[in-house]
Design a protein. Structure first.
Length: 79
């Protein structure tokens, strides 16, 4: 199984959202169509960055690191 860390962006909220999943497209659909407290505020989330991992622990560690990054660092990462 593969594991992914992803960054979504909402132009309406002008915010980045970082997460972890085994299926990024399915997870994006969840964010766009769910009642998740934060991401349900808007329907314009787009995938800006995806990194694949073979091991779950490595992906979760990277997700934690991404969540600590400031906006400038995130924008540098996604190019």
């Amino acid at each position: 199984m593969k594991f992914y860390v992803y960054i979504l962006y909402s132009a309406r909220l002008d915010v980045y959202y970082k997460g972890f999943s085994t299926d990024v497209e399915k997870r994006l659909d969840y964010h766009l169509n769910s009642k998740h407290k934060f991401t349900s505020q808007t329907k314009d989330w787009v995938i800006m960055y995806v990194q694949e991992f073979a091991e779950k622990e490595a992906a979760l560690k990277e997700e934690k690191r991404l969540k600590k990054l400031n906006r400038k660092s995130i924008e540098k990462l996604i190019g």
